[in-house]
Write a protein that binds this ligand. Structure first.
Ligand SMILES: Nc1ncnc2c1ncn2[C@@H]1O[C@H](COP(=O)(O)OP(=O)(O)OP(=O)(O)O)[C@@H](O)[C@H]1O
Length: 438
C-alpha cells in the first residue's frame, strides 16, 4: 500500500538477501533485507514547503523514491558516558521494518523535514505505521553531501537514526555547513557514519566500529522464498484470495491521501492552502474542525481562524494534544454561533473561550449569561451610556473638536469600558458621531 501510495512500480516478485556484518546490535551476524529485487521501485513523494509570511507561498516539490524494501531492524546501542560502557537494547532486533530509500533530490533541512512529515501523514493515512518518530516507529537516516552547481554530487556522510523532524532539519543544515567549511579549509569529506548530538546541536562521527564496518557482503537469503504478489489478471486459478496479495484489490481500497484531503479543504471551504496544511499537521485537528463545521452556522473562514489561532494556540501553550482539549467541538460551535448572530462581541467571545477552557462542563450560553457578556441589544441603553460619557469627558470632546483624530477612539474606549465590552465598537462610533454632530 505504501508503494502504491507513492506511485511506485510494484515488483510481482521480490527477493530477500542476507547482509552480513559482525556487530553487537544484530546477534545473528546478518540482516535480512532486499538488496537485489525490492518490493517496490521508482515512485515519487510530493510535498509542499511554505515560503515567506503573509501571504505565505506554498511551493510544490517532489522527491523521487528509489525503492521500498522490507528488512529486519537491528538493536540499538546506548552509550553510557558515565561508566564508559555501551548497552545494547535488542528489543527491536530482528523485527520487520519497511525502508523507503529516497533519491538525493532535496537541498536543505527544511525540505527533508517537510518531505518526511508528508511521508509520515501518508503512512498514518494508510495505516502502514503509526509513524510516531519520538517512539521510534519512524526513523530517518540522512545522507548529506555538498557540491558546486553543475558538478557531480560530492562524497556523502550518513547521519543515522534521527527521531524527530526538527533534529533531522538541524542535523542536515549543520552537516551542510560543516562539509562546506571542511572543504574550504582544504580538508576532505569522509564517507562516514555520524550521529546527531541534539544537546550540542552538531553531528559527530560514530565513535565505534559502526561507523566504518564493511558490510557489503550479501548472499541470497536461503530461508525465505521469493515474495510473490498478484493482480486480478495474474491470480492463479483456484487460489484462496485470502492467501495471496492482489495488488489491484489493494489499489482499490487505498484511503484518501493527505494531499487529496488538503485539495478538498481548499475547494470546499475556500481555505488558504497553508491553512489546509496546518489542519492536517496536528493529530485530530482536522476532525475537530469538521465537527465544529457540522454544528455551526459560522463561515468556514471564521471557524478556520478560531481553530488554527485560538484553539491551537491554547493547546500549544499548554502542550496538549487535540484529544486532551477541555473545549469540545460542540462548545466551540455554540460559541461561534453566538458570535455569528451578534449576540456577543469578538472580545467577549475570547473571554468565553478562556472560560470554557478553564471550566469544563459549562456551555458558552451559560458563561455569557453568568458573566453578562451578551451584546447590548437595547439601543436606548447605548444611547444613554454614550451621552453620559460625552458629558463626563468634555476635555476629550474638545480635543476631538480641535481636530485630534485619536480622541474618537478614546471616547469609544471609555464607552466600551462602561459596557464591559458588551457593545460593538463600530456601533458605538456611529452613536457617538451622531450625538456629537447634533
Ligand atoms: N552523493 C550523495 N549525496 C547525498 N545523498 C546521496 C548521495 N549518494 C547517494 N545518496 C543517498 O544515499 C542513500 C543511500 O541509501 P542506501 O540505504 O541505499 O545505502 P546505504 O546508506 O549505503 O545503506 P545502509 O545505510 O542501509 O547501509 C539514498 O537515499 C541516496 O539517495
Amino acid at each position: 500500500m505504501t508503494g502504491l501510495a507513492l506511485g511506485c512500480r510494484i515488483n510481482r516478485k521480490s527477493l530477500f538477501d542476507r547482509k552480513h556484518y559482525f556487530y553487537a546490535d544484530l546477534p545473528a551476524g546478518y540482516q535480512i533485507t532486499q538488496q537485489r529485487l525490492p518490493i517496490a521501485v521508482n515512485g515519487s513523494l510530493a510535498y509542499s514547503i511554505c515560503v515567506g509570511k503573509k501571504p505565505a507561498q506554498v511551493v510544490p516539490r517532489t522527491v523521487r523514491v528509489k525503492q521500498i524494501q522490507l528488512e529486519q531492524d537491528s538493536g540499538k546501542s546506548l552509550h553510557d558516558d558515565l561508566r564508559s560502557q555501551t548497552l545494547i537494547d535488542l528489543n527491536r532486533a530482528g523485527v520487520g521494518l519497511l525502508e523507503v530509500v529516497l533519491e538525493p533530490d532535496m537541498s536543505c533541512g527544511e525540505e527533508a523535514a517537510t518531505a518526511v512529515r508528508e511521508l509520515q501523514l501518508i503512512l498514518q493515512a494508510l495505516g502502514t505505521s503509526q509513524a510516531n518518530m519520538a517512539e521510534g516507529q519512524l526513523r530517518v537516516d540522512a545522507n548529506i553531501s555538498v557540491h558546486h552547481p553543475g558538478e557531480p554530487l560530492g562524497i556523502r556522510t550518513e547521519v543515522k537514526n534521527l527521531n524527530s523532524a526538527r533534529f533531522l532539519a538541524k542535523a542536515i543544515d549543520y552537516e551542510i555547513q560543516r562539509q562546506i567549511s571542511e572543504l574550504e579549509n582544504g580538508g576532505e569529506i569522509l564517507n562516514e557514519t555520524r550521529s546527531f548530538d541534539y544537546k550540542l546541536g552538531c553531528t559527530v562521527p560514530m565513535r565505534d566500529k559502526e561507523g566504518k564496518q564493511d558490510y557489503r557482503w550479501f548472499m541470497p537469503e536461503p530461508n525465505l522464498p521469493p515474495l510473490l504478489l498478484y493482480d486480478s489478471g495474474s491470480l492463479p486459478a483456484g487460489v484462496d484470495p485470502q492467501q495471496v496479495i492482489n495488488i489491484d484489490w489493494l489499489r482499490e481500497r487505498l484511503p484518501e491521501l493527505p494531499s487529496v484531503t488538503r485539495e478538498k479543504l481548499v475547494r470546499q471551504y475556500g481555505m488558504l492552502p497553508e491553512h489546509s496544511v496546518a489542519l492536517l499537521n496536528e493529530v485530530g485537528l482536522l476532525e475537530f474542525f469538521q465537527n465544529v463545521m457540522k454544528e455551526t452556522r459560522a463561515e468556514p473562514k471564521r471557524v478556520t481562524s478560531w481553530v488554527l489561532n485560538t484553539f491551537l494556540g491554547f493547546l500549544k501553550q499548554q502542550n496538549l494534544a487535540v484529544s486532551e482539549s477541555p473545549v469540545t467541538p460542540a462548545a466551540l460551535a455554540e460559541l461561534l454561533d453566538l458570535l455569528d448572530r451578534k449576540a456577543i462581541s469578538s472580545s467577549a467571545a475570547k473571554k468565553v473561550f478562556e472560560e470554557l477552557w478553564r471550566s469544563e462542563g459549562k456551555t458558552p450560553t451559560q458563561i455569557v449569561a453568568e458573566k453578562k457578556l451578551e451584546l447590548m441589544q437595547d439601543p436606548e441603553e447605548l444611547e444613554q451610556l454614550c451621552r453620559a460619557t460625552l458629558e463626563a469627558h468634555p476635555g476629550v470632546v474638545m480635543d476631538l473638536k480641535k481636530g485630534n483624530p485619536r480622541a474618537i477612539n478614546k471616547l469609544i474606549g471609555l464607552v466600551r469600558k462602561t459596557t464591559l465590552g458588551r457593545a460593538d465598537p463600530a456601533v458605538i462610533k456611529e452613536v457617538l458621531e451622531r450625538q456629537l454632530s447634533s
